[in-house]
Design a protein around this ligand. Structure first.
Ligand code: FPP
Ligand code: MG
Ligand code: MG
Length: 333
């Protein structure tokens, strides 16, 4: 029991240390030739963030071959985490331009502050930095990073063009898998690979992370409707006309004979650029049972993510990954 607690405390210390190193590495990587570019590139990094992807790298790096006392080299773990977080932050610079978002992590978005052109180019700059770092890890990592980038882009394009003739919910879930779960799965895979984990362990961690990544985005989409504390403008998806889990479930069960449902259908089919219309749509959606159904789906998928952990060696790292399944479900930011 005591030994178990000691291992848990040791893991907490390792996670804390690694995350501090990653934070410093992120700021260094964002340093550019000009003070203005440095400021713009550090803008979203310095605004904080959950560092979910670096945390997954660090936790997955605990699954090296049994009996390896040295564990994964800290330098490689930090570099792998740096690559995925820089890629994520770069994608946010681009995403906020596409979503016309004015707030990110409680601060003005880069596009709001410097305009679209600078925001896009700073995203490119950060992605270039990520590419430089991944090259140090080796060709396997470069290939994985390139494939992940391709999935991110395809997910974002699919979201932009919409489902066309496909089933809207299936289309949405594919978008979520590509635009979000892909990089989260790669985070776990990078962590496992730098630790030299066995192939079966790498696969289990990647499957877990692909599912928890989906849960992460589904929960983000529910929060976009329900929370005022995200550091982002609530209802951004609604305003942009992007269908997400709550609105897709609403459309499936909407009762046109109910005045509230029929009004919400009318609002969802209209241009929600007007603040009052958006607030009305958000208000109607928040009290609709589709939000509870969306939360239930988030919980169901979090349980599925947890099931992939069954074949991993027991210990504090596996417990921490299981805890993430709960925190992703209950998060409000
Ligand atoms: C946020 O989704 C956006 C993503 C998860 C992926 C965006 C991907 C790209 C822009 C393509 C890749 C680009 C680079 C440079 C790597 P969201 O808008 O639903 O989330 P939000 O609520 O946080 O804005
Ligand atoms: Mg967005
Ligand atoms: Mg978006």
């Amino acid at each position: 029991m005591l030994a178990e607690r000691e291992r848990e405390v040791a893991l907490e210390a390792t996670v804390r240390e690694r995350l501090e190193l990653i934070e410093a590495a992120l700021l260094r990587a964002a340093e550019a030739d000009s003070a203005m570019v440095t400021e713009a590139a550090r803008h979203v990094i310095a605004a904080g963030g959950k560092r979910f992807r670096p945390l997954l790298v660090v936790l997955a790096s605990q699954f090296g071959p049994a009996g390896d006392p040295a564990g994964a080299p800290a330098e490689d773990v930090v570099r792998a985490a740096l690559v995925v977080e820089l890629t994520h932050v770069a994608s946010l610079y681009h995403d906020d331009v596409m979503d016309e978002a004015r707030l990110r992590r409680g601060s003005a978005s880069a596009n709001e502050r410097w305009g679209n052109t600078v925001a896009i180019l700073v995203g490119d700059f950060l992605f270039a930095r990520a590419s430089e770092e991944v090259a140090e890890l080796g060709p396997d990592y470069v290939r994985l990073q390139a494939r992940t980038f391709a999935r991110l882009v395809q997910g974002q394009i699919a979201e932009t063009v919409g489902p066309q003739d496909a089933d809207p919910l299936a289309h949405y879930l594919q978008v979520v898998a590509d635009k979000t779960a892909s990089l989260i799965a790669t985070s776990a895979l990078f962590g496992a690979k730098v630790a030299g984990a066995e192939l079966s362990v790498q696969r289990a961690l990647a499957a877990y992370a692909e599912e928890i990544g989906t849960v992460f985005q589904l929960s983000d989409d529910v929060i976009d409707v329900t929370s005022d504390e995200t550091g982002k403008t609530p209802g951004t998806d609604l305003r942009e006309g992007i269908p997400t889990l709550p609105t897709l479930l609403f459309r499936r069960s909407a009762d046109p004979s109910s005045p509230a449902d029929s009004r919400l259908l009318q609002l969802l089919d209209s241009d929600l650029s007007d603040d009052a219309d958006l607030a009305e749509a958000l208000g109607l959606l928040r009290v609709h049972h589709c939000v509870d159904e969306a939360r239930a789906e988030v919980r169901r998928r979090a349980d599925r993510a947890r099931s992939f952990l069954a074949d991993l060696p027991a210990g504090p790292a596996r417990d921490a990954l299981a805890d993430l399944c709960d925190s992703v479900v209950t998060r409000s930011v």
